[in-house]
Design a protein around this ligand. Sequence first.
Ligand code: NAP
Length: 371
Amino acid sequence: MIAVAGASGSVGRWAVGELTRMGIGPVRLGGRRVDALRQIADETPEAQPFPFDLDDPESVARFCDGCTAVLNCAGPSYLILDTLARAAIAAGAAYVDVSGDEPVHRRLTSADCAGTVVLSAGMLPGLSSLIPRWMATEMDKVDSLSTYIGGLERCSPSSATDMILSMHTDDGDDYGHALAGWRNGRLAEKVLRPQKDVEVPFFPDRVSAHPFFSGESARLATAIGADTMDFWNVFVGDRLVTTFTRMRSRPVAGEEMDRAVAELTRAAELDLFGREPYYALVFRMTGVVGGRSVVRTAALRTGDAYRLIATVGALAVQAVVEGGVGRGVGYAADVLDPGQVVAEVRHSPAVTAFELVDHAETHEGMEDGTV
Ligand SMILES: NC(=O)c1ccc[n+]([C@@H]2O[C@H](COP(=O)([O-])OP(=O)(O)OC[C@H]3O[C@@H](n4cnc5c(N)ncnc54)[C@H](OP(=O)(O)O)[C@@H]3O)[C@@H](O)[C@H]2O)c1
């Protein structure tokens, strides 16, 4: 039995479909609204609605009981923290989280938690490290990596809440650093600036690109041994990025949260108005293969970012149930096989295009309106 928490959410309903497509189950469908769960059960063979509330410890324990693995697609992740992970471990189940990230990792490792835990098994973070890790395995040495991720997508309530909460955490350990990059093998503050109205290869629109260096990026840079690394959040349209930037400069107080979430989701809707959603992940890596300098670009496009997140989460569950992940608390990028994940993802229904291109030229950065 695989328990999916948040099975009625934007990610969760796709995750249930992905697990079924991969032949993994039966699936227990978790969330508070029983009608929403019943609707998904009607479309999914052998799936059982299992209403529970993450704020009720007894119901959380019942939800995990008897399961091989618990996949957390509920949100907001910054409020759930390690609640579900601890219940899963207590029930003897492996725990996979499409989010969780550093706050859950820190809480579980500091308490020396036993069990199998896979965190950040989504798209960003998640695939954002797994694809370049796979690219790096085919190079003798990596010199640099530039990553561009973004597009046009609606913003779910949980995603909006997590975006806001990740900007200013209570313990001062923010999710990352705006304008920062990786230079000479270490974090460098204020080395980049936002770019407006630029072309980025593989994005069909002119976009704005905002440099942001997260904990995930720093782990990736260390793992692949890159000297130089930039990460750019790509926005199509002005509404979401303007709202987000304003919130970053002025922390949202607790009582303002509902209004701020509504503002972010509305801004994303307005950017998307009349358009088809798309999300692209573009990685430009330079390095050395067989003594030759190479520039390699991988680009992936999806019509539904939530479906892509769900695909990675389901693949992590598959790896866990097949015994491919040992005990301990790890990030998906560290514990999954990047080549296997990329091979599965690129042919999954979530992906509309995947390209790998080798170039001769090596110019860097965004200038004169192009990358
Ligand atoms: N790694 C990545 O690439 C990535 C990217 C974007 C988002 N995320 C994360 O993915 C997670 C899910 O996002 P989403 O967009 O699917 O969110 P969503 O559409 O808002 O759905 C949230 C789900 O959680 C359930 N839920 C909320 N509170 C609950 C509670 N107290 N007890 C039980 N279930 C509860 C909801 O059902 P009920 O309301 O019926 O309870 C719903 O099924 C979030 O943490 C988000 O930040 C990850």
